[in-house]
Design a binder for this molecule. Structure first.
Ligand SMILES: Cc1cc2nc3c(=O)[nH]c(=O)nc-3n(C[C@H](O)[C@H](O)[C@H](O)COP(=O)(O)O)c2cc1C
Length: 202
């Protein structure tokens, strides 16, 4: 009998929520990134990956709201490993972002239209150790359902789950490259391979 009474009460509560225009928790989740983003499958990414990294650059980000960092990258790739679609990025141990790459399970890479190149230049020339880079760049982070940052101004965003990470071994590099690290007093790059878990484009 009690159960029979409960049904109309619950139905009324649900109706009241909709009448007030309140969002359900599922709607709140999906409203985290702007509605301009359309989710696509990794196999639907139809860009020239060499150009996207090496020529146009991407913004690599790791961390969650309130504790994250980001930097411009030109070294990276798209492909497949162990039967999974992957993004590979290379982050020097000298970068502040590397700490966030180590400490977090996910990372994202975001591509931008040409007009944001100067902002990407900024993101690749100052360190989050000394500057508030979000404020300095004027870019607008948005957070995915998994809590990872992508950017409102971007036109392609890829969210990855770390699969494998390993620093380069200087002994196995060409001599010229070893010298380059020494001359620039730069920590070796760590190769991070991430399984693509979500892709959005505009
Ligand atoms: C166009 C461009 C591409 C870059 N690509 C990389 C890269 O692939 N890997 C890397 O470790 N650093 C790269 N950098 C350097 C970092 O973006 C730069 O050192 C940045 O200031 C690091 O910021 P952070 O200390 O806040 O992490 C690049 C810089 C620019 C301008």
């Amino acid at each position: 009998m009690k159960r029979l009474l409960l049904i109309p009460v619950l139905a009324l509560a649900a109706l009241t929520t909709f009448a007030k225009g309140e969002t359900t928790s599922a709607e709140q989740e999906s409203a985290k990134i702007s509605s301009e983003w359309k989710e696509i499958e990794p196999s639907e990414i139809d860009v020239n990956a060499v150009k996207m990294f090496a020529v146009d650059w991407m913004l690599l980000s790791a961390g969650k709201e309130g504790k994250m960092n980001m930097m411009t990258i030109a070294w990276g790739g798209l492909g497949e490993l162990w039967g999974k679609p992957v993004v590979t990025v290379y982050v020097s141990t000298s970068r502040y972002t590397n700490q966030f790459m180590q400490d977090n399970e996910h990372f994202t890479v975001t591509a931008f239209p040409d007009e944001y190149r100067q902002k990407l230049g900024y993101m690749g020339s100052v360190s989050g150790r000394n500057d508030d880079k979000v404020k300095g760049s004027g870019l607008t982070p948005e957070f995915t359902e998994l809590g990872n940052p992508i950017y409102k101004e971007g036109n392609l965003a890829i969210e990855c789950k770390k699969l494998y990470a390993h620093p380069f071994d200087k002994e196995l590099m060409p001599q010229s490259q070893r010298e380059w690290y020494d001359k620039n007093n730069l920590g070796v790059h760590v190769m991070y391979i991430g399984e693509i878990v979500h892709v959005w484009k505009k």
